[in-house]
Unconditional design. Structure first.
Length: 465
């Protein structure tokens, strides 16, 4: 459907409310689901309709809400929260379009799909009416406004103001509407505050429009989309549904998820084909995992990039990069700024921070490496640490290609270990070790040429300490 065939769609997202039932210090729409603020799911669904504009009405904690909105949206401020009718009135003040469809969506409905919104707009256009209301018949309508139709007039009665007979109606309002722009502008002029909340209800505009130019309903096909978020229990229910959708999408794209129940993958995560995600794994933020990887079990990666064919087991990554074919864990902590080269290894009970580990190098176990540069084919023995902080400043350690440290060695930065140099077990190095030399002791002293001098750089398959 092109814009040439139909008047444009202008969308308004209602995101000004506090959300009292959330019992939170944050505005309701700021609460996240699978890593993204709930309001952004509604915006993403709207975006699929190619609207002319997306206007977001903000109010409570407006500055904070503005910061999380996508750049293609237009936030407008509702200074006082005087009801949904007033919110749409505020939005329309900045909308110049005279004709078209005004699509109104609640920011606390993260499960609505672009397909449903498209069908709502299509129903509105084909019926040639002034207003179309999305309705559903959930198993339990408690708390939702009832929708009553009569000869082109649609009345929406809030539950607290409904009669006993009206409460028996199963058809409920979901807070999503398609209006003709001229009709809704005119109807908003006639809204009153004669209700228990003293607010301007957008639902009253639906009835006004119906009496002048007819209104109709459109029934939601997938009741799952009717889940609105008003409290923490509904937040958890919505996240469960979204998490399942995300996992289903990855599995259909060629990713194996061994135990979906215990696996949590946020909406922004990317995963390559034939990767296996093992139980208890959390992939969050801007994490990107390549093809043919094994991630988990019990692994938590945030903003971490993992190359093809890598394996990360029982480990934590924060802002790290894991090269293709690298092996991490178990029980490893990769802190921000860590970059592991191709076919490198960081083994059990290690912590690596702000460090580059070169191709084929190994930090096999029980080591702390911080603020370091490790060349290719190096091997750090168990218990090797870089003493990078003297209580006032942090300094770097440089370890050359093919260098080797024995068990329980301490490298006191700033320090350079030359290419092919060896440090004996238990050594404490506080001065540079020249390339190709063997050093031992506390402090370490050069005693002769390195056992590895004139040898090729150790390969990935050589013995590690």
């Amino acid at each position: 459907m092109s814009r040439g065939e139909n008047p444009p769609i202008v969308a308004v997202v209602l995101a000004a409310g506090k959300g009292t039932r959330m019992k939170s210090n944050r505005a309701k729409v700021l609460h996240t689901l699978c890593g993204a603020p709930m309001v952004n799911y509604a915006i993403e669904a709207i975006r699929s309709l190619n609207p002319e504009r997306i206007v977001v009405v903000v109010g409570h904690q407006a500055d904070e809400v503005r910061t999380i909105l996508p750049p293609d949206t237009e936030p407008v401020l509702q200074e006082e929260q005087l009801g949904t009718g007033d919110a749409v009135r505020v939005a329309l003040e900045g909308i110049e379009e005279e004709d078209g469809v005004l699509l109104v969506v609640n920011g606390d409905g993260p499960l609505i799909s672009g397909r449903t919104l498209g069908e709502l707009v299509e129903r509105h256009r084909t019926a040639d009416v002034g207003a179309t209301v999305l309705v559903a018949e959930p198993p339990d309508p408690t708390g939702l406004g009832r929708v009553i139709e009569d000869a082109g007039v649609v009345r929406i009665v809030e539950e607290r103001e409904a009669t006993d007979e009206e409460r028996e109606v199963r058809q409920v309002n979901l807070g999503l509407y398609a209006f003709g722009l001229p009709q809704v502008r005119e109807a908003l002029k006639h809204l009153g505050t004669n209700n228990s909340q003293g607010e301007l209800y957008l639902t009253d505009a639906v009835e006004i429009i119906g009496r002048r130019s007819r209104a109709v309903t459109y029934r939601l096909k997938d009741l799952e989309e009717a889940n609105l978020v008003n409290d923490r229990a509904q937040l958890a229910r919505a996240e469960e549904i979204l998490r399942r959708r995300i996992l289903d999408a990855h599995m259909r794209a060629g990713v194996t998820v061994r135990d979906p129940v215990s696996t949590h993958i946020e909406a922004s995560v990317e995963i390559g084909r034939d990767t296996v995600i093992l139980p208890g794994t959390f992939l969050r933020g801007e994490t990107k995992v390549g093809a043919d990887c094994i991630i988990g079990p019990s692994t938590d990666l945030l903003d971490t990039v993992v190359g093809d064919g890598a394996q990360v087991e029982h480990s934590v990554g924060r802002g790290a990069g894991v090269g293709a074919g690298a092996n991490v864990g178990p029980f490893t902590y990769l802190r921000p700024g860590t970059i592991l080269g191709t076919d490198s290894k960081v083994g059990a009970y290690c912590e690596v921070k702000n460090t580059t580990v070169g191709e084929g190098s190994k930090v096999p176990h029980l080591s702390y490496v911080g603020d370091a540069e490790i060349g290719a084919g190096a091997n750090l023995g168990a218990g090797t640490i870089t003493a990078n902080y003297d209580g006032a400043k942090k300094s770097r350690t440089r370890i050359g290609d093919g260098a080797f440290t024995g068990v329980n060695t301490s490298l006191i930065a700033p320090l350079t270990i030359g290419d092919g140099a060896y440090l004996g077990a238990g050594s404490v190095a506080n001065k540079d070790i020249p390339a190709g030399k063997l050093a031992v002791g506390m402090p370490a002293r050069v005693i002769r040429d390195s056992p590895g001098k004139d040898k090729r750089t150790p390969s990935q398959n050589e013995t590690e300490v």
